[in-house]
Write a protein of this length. Structure first.
Length: 127
C-alpha cells in the first residue's frame, strides 16, 4: 500500500525547510550533521516522506539560523481573524519556540543571566 501524501501544511513546511537550506548553501548532509540525523533523514523530511516533529522543527530552525515561526508562518492560512486572546496565545507560543531554539546557542553564563533577568521581570510584573 503506497504511503499517503503529507497534508498540504506539512508539505509546505518541508518545502520551506528545503528552500532555506538551499538558500544558505547547505547540503542535506551538512544540515543532517547540525541536527544529529543522517542525510537520508533530511531527505525524507524535505520530500514529505517523514513528518517533522515540533522538537525536530526547533532543531532545524536553529541549524538554519531562523525561528520555527519563520518556517511555520505561511502555514497559518485561516481566512478569519483570530480573537485577541487567540492572537496573544499564538504570540506567546511563537515567542516560547524562539526562546527554546535560541537557548541552546547561549553560553551557560548567558543562560544563567537570562534566567535571573526573567525572575526579576516576573517579580516586577507581579508588583
Amino acid at each position: 500500500m503506497p504511503t499517503p501524501a503529507p497534508p498540504p501544511e506539512e508539505a509546505l513546511v518541508a518545502a520551506l525547510v528545503a528552500a532555506r537550506r538551499r538558500a544558505l548553501g547547505l547540503s542535506q548532509g551538512a544540515l543532517a550533521e547540525r541536527i544529529g540525523v543522517t542525510w537520508w533523514m533530511v531527505q525524507k523530511y524535505e520530500n514529505g516522506d517523514a513528518r517533522i516533529s515540533v522538537g525536530r522543527l526547533l532543531q532545524i530552525a536553529a541549524a538554519l539560523d531562523c525561528s520555527a515561526a519563520e518556517l511555520l508562518a505561511p502555514v497559518d492560512h485561516r481566512p478569519e481573524r483570530p480573537s485577541a486572546e487567540e492572537a496573544l496565545l499564538r504570540a506567546h507560543a511563537l515567542g516560547a519556540a524562539e526562546l527554546v531554539a535560541a537557548w541552546g546557542r547561549l553560553t551557560p553564563l548567558s543562560q544563567r543571566s537570562l534566567l535571573r533577568l526573567l525572575h526579576t521581570l516576573k517579580g516586577s510584573a507581579e508588583a
